[in-house]
Design a protein around this ligand. Structure first.
Ligand SMILES: [Zn+2]
Length: 245
């Protein structure tokens, strides 16, 4: 009923927010659709890779560098209020330290990807060391998420987007797809939320679709996220959820 109601609202020209039929929050932004990634066929998505197939006003929300006990739960609460499904690229050693937070992200229906084990600049390491760090990251994050270590399709983001062609090949040969961004408001700088919000609005002025990069490890992002969600609603943008096939 909610889905039909939302579409009737759209028909009379009022923004449609709650497009997810399972969302019980009437003014929620919601999650409009799932985009399944076949990791065997897809080396990467986002900047530097072939177009992702997002439509006008479609946004994928991604969060890096968690999980962190002081901030990740607040980010999850904010996303839940708006029935938004996002993707979290976790640092392996933080997943090792906070497996209960990894489970909480998973149980909330978000996608979880890997962001290396140590968050070093992998392009500056010898290949073998970098590959080991990536693989250790897979194991730590997925052990916390699934309770076991095995080969499975996975989404991967390089720390600082610092990769090499050989490391991208390594990820893809391990059933991984690299996920880049085309909208980074640089919340990692730790500035007050309004400064970061201004940068994001400028990015949204220039691009009508894309992958937004935020950091659930940042205290200012806890304040920033509700501002972003309100802005996405005002611009009639829709959330797309990434999942592996
Ligand atoms: Zn990072």
């Amino acid at each position: 009923m909610k889905f039909i109601f939302a579409c009737v609202i759209v028909a009379i020209g009022v923004p449609c927010h709650a497009q997810n039929a399972a969302c019980h929050h009437p003014d929620a932004l919601g999650t409009s659709r799932i985009l399944k990634i076949n990791t065997k066929d897809t080396v990467g998505i986002g900047h530097g890779f072939p177009a992702l197939g997002l439509a006008h006003r479609e946004i994928i929300l991604t969060f890096d560098d968690g999980p962190m006990p002081d901030t990740t739960p607040q980010i999850l609460d904010t996303l839940a209020k708006d029935c938004i499904q996002a993707t979290f690229f976790m640092i392996g050693k933080r997943a090792d330290a906070h497996p209960e937070l990894v489970k909480r992200v998973k149980d909330a229906g978000h996608s979880i990807g890997s962001h290396s084990y140590t968050h070093r600049e992998l392009n500056k390491l010898p290949y073998e060391d970098a590959a080991q760090d990536i693989e250790h990251g897979f194991d730590a994050v997925e052990k916390a998420e699934f309770g076991s270590v095995e080969n499975r399709p996975r989404l991967v983001r390089f720390p600082g987007f610092k990769s090499t062609p050989e490391l991208v090949d390594f990820v893809h040969s391990h059933d991984g797809t690299v996920v880049n961004t085309n909208m980074s408001p640089a919340d990692w700088r730790g500035q007050p939320a309004p400064a970061t919000f201004d940068r994001l609005k400028a990015l949204l002025d220039r691009q009508d679709r894309g992958i937004i990069l935020l950091h659930d490890s940042q205290k200012n992002t806890v304040v920033l996220l509700p501002m972003i969600i309100a802005e996405l609603k005002a611009r009639h943008m829709r959330i797309v959820h990434l999942e592996v096939e």
